[in-house]
Write a new protein. Structure first.
Length: 353
């Protein structure tokens, strides 16, 4: 299943998906160079990205700093950029300015897990997340991964139980997309720059696509892998483990994230016997989700080009960070049914060679 509806709008070539932030002083204009060669399209876009980040870094609020850090991720290996303008330093500032913002620590955990193959997130970051967001099963799946990598079976089992007992599952995808969309508004985008992107989109549509692309590229956590490992079939089956896995799957099925919903349904399906009423109900849920995604993909071009529609989606997303609610609201506003018509079936997935 696709990560989210926004990826279905991948008809736009996103050139540069990130930007820098956070100088202690406002950036100074570079002196004019006589007969300097005109910048290439890529250089103009890169400069625009850096200017966005620099402006965001001047702001004290954690959301701006978090947006700057995510946009700056592409500059990790750029030796020309000062350390203060790279993601780690920007994240540190966001942590200091908003020590109780779970979203900041969620992105911090992701950053650590992309940098280290094992033993991530760090114990300190995990403890912070667990204290701030203990009712979120997604947080306990990070603890599950950490314990699995450490070979600590009792801790892994306890983390799975904590995930099963949590009240909800939220991977923050919608909240991050909305935050990154608004972060890009710090600097106007000219028609010249928009044309340089090569994207078949308006400014708002391009910002939305960039926000989704950056979020997908930079906020990737191993909780799903940990859950798959913990819930893989075993002989003989451990009834208590199966019960906990089902509980986590059901929380994922009501997640704000479309991807989490689909992943939860897939896990749920693997734990059920075929031909049961519960399996039939699950297939109906999968069919409805597939319909929502197909219906939203049909609005792809309009979502990219019609500012009013784009902004209505972002407003719905930003209010709660709920991707599922935002999708259903946009479909409702366009008079599109949220239920599949009788007899409709999702297209079969392409067969891999």
């Amino acid at each position: 299943m696709l990560r989210c509806i926004l990826l279905l709008i991948a008809l736009l070539p996103l050139p540069v998906c990130a930007q820098l932030a956070n100088p202690p002083e406002a950036p100074q204009a570079a002196p004019a160079v006589p007969n300097a060669p005109e910048m290439t399209r890529e250089q103009k876009l890169e400069q625009y990205r850096h200017d966005q980040i620099n402006l965001l870094a001047l702001r004290p609020d954690a959301e701006s700093l978090l947006g700057a850090a995510l946009l700056a991720d592409a500059d990790t290996d750029d030796k020309r950029r000062p350390a203060a303008l790279k993601a780690p330093a920007l994240l540190k500032r966001a942590q200091s300015n908003a020590p109780d913002a779970a979203l900041v620590w969620w992105v911090t955990a992701s950053s650590e897990c992309r940098a280290a193959a094992k033993s991530c997130p760090s114990s300190d970051v995990l403890q912070k997340l667990e204290s701030l967001d203990a009712e979120n099963a997604a947080v306990w799946l990070l603890s599950l991964w950490h314990a699995q990598q450490a070979g600590d079976a009792p801790a892994a089992r306890a983390a799975l139980t904590s995930a099963a007992q949590a009240k909800r599952y939220n991977d923050y995808f919608g909240a991050l997309v909305a935050a990154l969309y608004h972060a890009q508004e710090v600097l106007p985008m000219s028609n010249e720059l928009l044309n340089a992107t090569g994207a078949d989109a308006g400014v708002s549509g391009y910002r939305l696509l960039t926000a989704a692309s950056v979020t997908l590229a930079t906020v990737s956590l191993p909780g799903g892998r940990a859950l798959a490992q913990a819930c893989k079939p075993a002989e003989p089956a451990d009834a208590a483990v199966v019960t906990d896995c089902l509980a986590v799957a059901e929380k994922m099925e009501s997640s704000p994230s479309l991807f989490a919903r689909g992943a939860g349904m897939t896990l749920h399906e693997s734990l059920l016997a075929q031909g049961t009423p519960e399996m039939d109900a699950l297939h109906a849920q999968q069919r409805r989700l597939a319909w929502l995604m197909q219906s939203m993909s049909g609005l792809a071009a309009r979502l990219a080009n019609e500012e009013r529609l784009t902004r209505s989606y972002v407003e719905a997303l930003g209010g709660s960070g709920d991707e599922y609610a935002a999708v259903t609201e946009v479909l409702r506003s366009q008079g599109i049914s949220r239920e599949p018509p009788p007899g409709w079936q999702a297209p079969a997935a392409p067969v891999k060679p």
